[in-house]
Design a protein around this ligand. Structure first.
Ligand code: ADP
Length: 163
């Protein structure tokens, strides 16, 4: 059985914090599904098609990575794709406090899906999509927090959505 993990999030947009976790998790798994969660009650800055295309561009030559979107419970998405692991990134103790009960609940709900936490590298602990969006909306330069090959595209789209 392939060791398959799901890395779920909004990726609105994908940041260097996300890619740090993805890249460091790749040697641990045979298959890594990046799952873009779609929640009808949540408002996003960037359209789903762009968020997905950006991640596709980054990982097009990485055979282990698949990019998909999903609705509903993350554990159900894991089951549909035979994923035994949920991958999460931790920035600080606040993230841990938020993530631990979710991991415990997901374990119970799914009869055994294990959540694997990776701690981010110190250089990325201040990065979040929320902060990136805040900077972009206020015409600041978010490029140091974004993957180099995407930063222009992301900043340009934010600019055009904003004006
Ligand atoms: P959500 O909308 O569920 O909060 P995100 O797209 O913000 O999703 O995050 C998805 C995952 O990426 C989460 O596990 C989150 O902790 C992790 N993550 C986000 N930013 C960082 C970062 N700077 N360092 C480590 N992990 C991060």
């Amino acid at each position: 059985m392939k060791r398959t993990a799901v890395f779920a999030g909004s990726f609105d947009p994908i940041t260097l914090g996300h890619t740090d976790i993805i890249n460091r998790a790749l040697p641990l798994f045979d298959r890594l599904i990046i799952g873009i969660g779609v929640n009808s009650r949540k408002k996003y800055l960037f359209p789903l098609a762009e968020r997905k295309a950006w991640i596709d561009t980054l990982y097009q030559s990485e055979e282990k990575v698949e990019v998909m979107d999903f609705t509903g419970l993350t554990v159900d998405f894991c089951r549909q794709h035979n994923a035994q692991f949920l991958l999460r990134g931790l920035r600080n103790s606040q993230d841990f406090g938020y993530e631990q009960p979710i991991a415990q609940l997901n374990h119970q709900l799914s009869a055994g899906i294990e959540t694997i936490f990776l701690s981010c590298l110190p250089a990325y602990s201040h990065i979040s999509s929320t902060i990136v969006r805040e900077i972009l909306i206020n015409n600041g330069d978010a490029s140091p927090m974004l993957p180099g090959m995407l930063s222009k595209k992301i900043c340009d789209l934010a600019d055009s959505l904003h004006h």
